[in-house]
Design a protein around this ligand. Structure first.
Ligand SMILES: Nc1ncnc2c1ncn2[C@@H]1O[C@H](COP(=O)(O)OP(=O)(O)OP(=O)(O)O)[C@@H](O)[C@H]1O
Length: 497
């Protein structure tokens, strides 16, 4: 970001443009750009490093505004976008909410609303460099919305770029549910020369077998009862673009044979049709199943398996890339808390450790859902362990935590290795309670030890020295608490003098 943030104000109405000019007439006018057409908007964004974009979406035709917004966010992932959308357009509002837009207001908007939104955006930019919470560190930009700074994710992004250079080869994406397979498929599409044509997702498990065929291939009038007119299928809709077949392992064998024909011959016949229709679509398939197993059991065609897996991609489960959890949390907090007009809540170290220790069987989706749920239900400023849903703490044993590993993950050693100059030696990171540390001078075990002692003393104070109650408060066995008090020589330290 430049010293003075650069603002691009895009609105087709001259009256609003005038308002913007007046608003910034005294302050750094060089850093404010105004445009009134889509072309001018794109041109300015490509020439000038813009920090905040005020975007009146009526600049674009109704049906195109979301795809333009997506394209801008993809191309300029660090841009803070304040969108203005016509009021009473619930569907559009939902679309905006599901995106990483900084703020949105409805048209007709009051000038004071724009001022407020801009003020918030400027404040956000101003606090970014000095934010010292454990969640904040220099971030690499997401790749088409996919967040991941671990080596394995960065390698995946490079692979996606390579794959996208070829617009034909079939790709098979594997990964557990919620790892982002659909996001990866979209990224392949958006990064390829097919990006201006349709990306058509089909979930083979969600559509009943007897409907899937006509959904995919379309049908001709009279093909079956109720087929009163020709209908094009999703394969044809994806002509020139990308067909994403999710849960391909659930496709029944007769359809597998028809799909194989599309892949081999580049043509298909609609249900009830006799004439083959040529089609040029790239197929990206995804599965969380063991396809080899299905092939050996005879439920998945071997020839289709080989056709599909020309380029295999694997997305690792979240538990195998825990270093990404703090970054994902931070991004989802930005998205879901800010979207609700509230400040991001603080995730103290002990909560972060619990989150890092959890298995995340639902992967990134489960993590995002948690942040979304907390943004709605939780009204405090700093999350406490007991605020987390029970399932997250069921197997959490603070004594079994590998603190050294946690230290590496939280302090992002691998990241600071990459950009040592970005980390200031004097950065102070606040911990819950009274603890503080100087970055670069940390003895993690000693710090945790101190922290643990303070927690115990606090719990004993709160419970008036009742060890049974204090153990309950700390979610520890009474015997463990007694042992700790003895070992740490804390006896009596909670008593007021
Ligand atoms: N790396 C990531 N960065 C940001 N968001 C992510 C990431 N991975 C997944 N998500 C989010 O998690 C949710 C699930 O993603 P997606 O649908 O792509 O997963 P999937 O593997 O296709 O899941 P399923 O197999 O259940 O269909 C989405 O809300 C998506 O935004």
């Amino acid at each position: 970001m430049s010293a003075t943030p650069t603002i691009l104000f895009s609105d087709p109405t001259p009256e609003k443009q005038l308002f913007c000019l007046q608003l910034f007439s005294e302050s750094a006018p060089d850093n404010v750009h105004i445009c009134s057409s889509p072309d001018a908007l794109i041109e300015t964004l490509s020439k000038v490093k813009v920090d905040i974009l005020f975007l009146n979406l009526t600049l674009f035709p109704d049906e195109e505004c979301i795809s333009h917004l997506d394209a801008i966010q993809n191309d300029f992932p660090e841009l803070l976008i304040i969108a203005a959308i016509p009021e009473d357009q619930t569907a559009l509002e939902q679309e905006i909410l599901s995106r990483n837009t900084f703020f949105y207001i409805t048209i007709p908007y009051k000038e004071s609303e724009v001022q407020l939104a801009l003020k918030r955006a400027l404040t956000k930019l101003a606090i970014q460099p000095t934010d010292t919470s454990v969640n904040s560190r220099k971030r690499l930009p997401p790749f088409h919305g996919i967040i991941g700074e671990t080596e394995v994710m960065q390698n995946l992004f490079s692979l996606i770029k390579k794959i996208s250079e070829d617009a034909l080869a079939t790709v098979l994406i594997r990964g557990e549910s919620g790892t982002g397979k659909e996001m990866v498929a979209k990224a392949i599409h958006r990064h390829s020369s097919r990006k201006n044509k349709n990306f058509v997702p089909v979930n083979c498990a969600a559509i009943p077998d007897d409907l899937l065929e006509s959904e995919l291939f379309g049908y001709t009038k009279g093909a079956f009862t109720g087929a009163t007119q020709n209908k094009i299928g999703r394969i044809e809709y994806a002509d020139g673009g990308t067909l994403f077949l999710d849960e391909i392992g659930d496709m029944k064998p007769t359809l597998q044979a028809k799909l194989l024909r599309v892949l081999q011959e580049k043509e298909f016949e609609p249900v009830g049709g006799l004439k083959a229709t040529p089609v040029d679509t790239r197929v990206v398939a995804a599965t969380h199943c063991d396809l080899e197993q299905l092939v050996s059991e005879g439920t998945f065609r071997e020839d289709l398996y080989y056709r599909l897996s020309v380029i295999p991609l694997k997305i690792p489960p979240l538990k195998d890339r825990r270093e990404d959890i703090p970054i994902l949390l931070d991004a989802f907090l930005d998205l879901h808390a800010t979207k609700r007009g509230r400040d991001k809540f603080i995730i103290p170290m002990n909560v972060m450790i619990a989150l890092l220790s959890y298995e995340w069987k639902g992967n990134v989706r489960e993590l995002e859902n948690l942040v979304q749920q907390m943004s709605i239900l939780y009204s405090g400023k700093e999350i406490q362990l007991e605020d987390l849903p029970e399932r997250l703490l069921a197997d959490f044993d603070p004594e079994a935590v590998d603190y050294e590993l946690m230290n590496t993950i939280i302090s992002g050693v691998s990241l600071s290795d990459k950009e040592p100059e970005k980390i200031s030696q004097s950065t102070v990171i606040s911990l819950p309670g009274r603890l503080e540390w100087q970055e670069g001078q940390v003895d993690f075990n000693e710090l945790i030890n101190d922290y643990e002692s303070q927690l115990i003393i606090k719990a004993m104070k709160i419970t008036g020295g009742n060890k049974k109650e204090a153990a309950k408060l700390l979610n520890l066995k009474r015997t463990t608490l007694l042992e700790k008090i003895k070992k740490k020589n804390l006896q009596g330290m909670w008593e007021e003098n």
